[in-house]
Design a protein around this ligand. Structure first.
Ligand code: F6P
Length: 338
């Protein structure tokens, strides 16, 4: 028979993402509704190491569904990567009597959760962990969607639309760097949505002449006098790309690095709704004895996947969207681009 879940911990870890608060709220309210006690762990895994926690009741998560950031704070914990660090964290779990932990973050967060659960089992302590994917990069293999991505796209689009107004007036070229150290999803979606002249992503090797110079030329030949180049952080430095454009075709681009502004802001409807469904499902998984899993979206449905298996899953490159992007940035027709 499954052990009854009486008390769980909840934490956010890694880079924050809009909608994390909505997920915290959903976990707390769903758990309390099932008679489960909730402990908020502050500052990611460091909170377990340092006994940094708070008791959460239903009202402790009031008025956060609309807020960006995370009320629990977040961190990337070096100490938790070590066995000694996890042993300290386990001592806190034991002291608090935690049966499970819901960890909201990226795959680094989930790897840490799984290592903790295994170390607990070796010490004869049962600790079920559940991961909820939240990162603006949308780069978690097992889930089609991660909390925060939609809001980050909308934020970047809003900024780039503003940039375009001034680029158009001055007939300039804009090079905009969006986040995504290892993944180009944000750049891809944003590039399609702003009608970029060219988009560079880490998943595709850049040929400067083909991917930038030629696209600017085509845009110019079709009547455009301003150009929007979107670069994912992992595909190169916007500053360097701007300099090279200047050297090679003589136009003088303006460079904008959107940076951490993309991680903030009130979460979109999609992020609030997805976070709420995932938070609810995380508690269901624990209550129904399906711990050590990641809550994921697959074709719009919320599913839970065994954590070790989930961590091995790789996201296929989004060829369909890339083809759309290529088709729209290789426009040879006459008339204005965008
Ligand atoms: O959370 C993901 C992410 O925003 C990446 O896109 C970016 O490269 C990185 O985090 C930035 O991390 P930091 O907050 O440590 O600067």
């Amino acid at each position: 028979m499954e052990k009854q879940v009486k008390r769980i911990g909840i934490l956010t870890s890694g880079g924050d993402a809009p909608g994390m608060n909505a997920a915290v709220r959903a976990v707390v309210r769903s758990a309390i509704g099932q008679g489960i006690d909730c402990i908020g762990i502050r500052r990611g895994w460091n909170g377990l190491i340092n006994s940094d926690f708070l008791h959460m009741d239903a009202s402790s998560v009031s008025h956060i569904i609309n807020k960006g950031g995370t009320m629990l704070y977040t961190a990337r914990s070096e100490e938790f990567m070590t066995e000694a660090g996890r042993a300290k964290a386990l001592a806190t779990c034991k002291l608090l009597g935690l049966d499970g932990i819901v960890a909201i973050g990226g795959d680094g967060t989930f790897r840490g959760a799984l290592a903790l659960s295994r170390q607990a089992a070796e010490a004869g302590h049962s600790l079920q962990v559940v991961g909820i994917p939240a990162t603006i990069d949308n780069d978690i293999g097992c889930s089609h969607y991660t909390i925060g991505f939609d809001t980050a796209c909308n934020t970047a689009i809003e900024c780039i639309d503003k940039l375009r107004d001034t680029m158009q007036s001055h007939e300039r070229c804009s090079v905009v760097e969006v986040m995504g150290r290892h993944a180009g999803y944000l750049a891809l979606y944003v590039g399609i949505s702003v009608g970029a002249t060219a988009v560079l992503i880490p998943e595709r090797e850049t040929d400067f002449d083909r991917d930038i110079v030629e696209k600017i030329r085509r845009a110019r030949l079709s009547g455009t006098t301003h150009y929007m180049i979107v670069v994912a952080e992992g595909a190169g430095s916007a500053m360097e790309i701007g300099k090279r454009i200047h050297q090679e075709i003589g136009i003088d681009p303006r460079v904008t690095v959107l940076g951490h502004i993309q991680r903030g802001g009130s979460p979109s409807a999609r992020d609030r709704e997805t976070a709420s469904r995932m938070g609810y499902e995380a508690v269901q998984a624990l209550v129904q004895g399906r711990g050590n899993c990641v809550i994921a979206t697959q074709d719009g449905r919320i599913v839970d996947l065994e954590m070790e298996h989930a961590l091995q899953m790789k996201k296929e490159f989004d060829m369909e969207r890339y083809q759309v992007l290529e088709a729209l940035t290789n426009n040879k027709g006459a008339g204005q681009m965008f």
